[in-house]
Ligand binder design. Structure first.
Ligand SMILES: O=C(O)c1ccccc1N[C@@H]1O[C@H](COP(=O)(O)O)[C@@H](O)[C@H]1O
Length: 213
């Protein structure tokens, strides 16, 4: 088995990502069987043609796109507008624009994306456009200038539990909407270790969507 999204779905995450970037060892071209409708399926893309993204949205009934390349604000706008067009018979998707962070980050780049995406995602800059497995210095988010909810990403693993707890007490975590995990919870690329994920959720005391009330 290369991918086990159905098993991950049993943990009731808010979002489930599928990588649609061919060079990745996690590239997804399988079948997505019935996943509970309250879990949003997110397609992960890197500078893909808009027509390709639309095809994947349609094929897999994706609710969102996560853009890891140099996609411009115009690209994001076009994509979201296209999905709402009657001839595509699609629902407008959520747009998550990814920004890669190194030792420093110029938050002014976010400004032109404010209007055209739903969430920002902060990942660690590495050799690959994503899935590098390294964390960045989350205290940089002290300078986060926006009120848009963001995904915290990049190499988050079981060893980060205490750090995450501390981060979640800080003012800079105010708009942190999602903790995004990937390679640190895998037995091999694409194959998530369910026990590790369960332990992580338990250790953080996170309650999943279904049980939030
Ligand atoms: O995981 C990949 O192979 C990948 C390839 C291209 C773009 C994004 C990719 N993954 C996403 O990257 C972040 C961080 O992952 P990690 O925790 O550092 O492994 C995450 O959103 C993945 O979905």
């Amino acid at each position: 088995m290369k991918y086990n999204p159905m098993e991950v779905a049993t943990l009731r995450p808010d979002y489930l990502g599928f990588i649609f970037w061919e060079p990745s060892a996690r590239y997804f071209d399988g079948e997505i069987k019935a996943i509970p409708p309250d879990i949003e399926k997110i397609g992960v893309f890197v500078d893909a043609d808009i027509s390709y993204v639309l095809d994947q949205i349609e094929k897999y009934d994706l609710q969102g796109v996560q853009l890891h390349g140099n996609e411009t604000p115009e690209y994001c706008k076009e994509l979201v507008e296209y999905t709402g067009r009657p001839d595509r018979f699609l629902k407008p998707v959520r747009c998550i624009k990814v920004f890669s962070v190194k030792e420093k980050f110029d938050f002014s780049v976010l400004k032109e994306y404010e209007e055209v995406c739903d969430y920002f995602l902060f990942d660690t800059k590495g050799k690959l456009p994503g899935g590098n497995g390294y964390t960045f210095d989350w205290s940089l988010l002290k300078n986060y200038p926006s009120q848009k909810p963001y995904f915290l990403s990049g190499g988050i693993g079981p060893e980060n539990v205490e750090e995450i707890k501390k981060f979640l007490q800080t003012p800079e975590s105010k708009y942190c909407h999602v903790l995004d995990v990937n390679s640190k919870f895998e037995d091999r690329p694409g194959l998530k270790n369910i026990e590790k994920l369960e332990e992580f959720i338990k250790a953080l005391g996170i309650r999943q969507k279904r049980n939030k009330n």
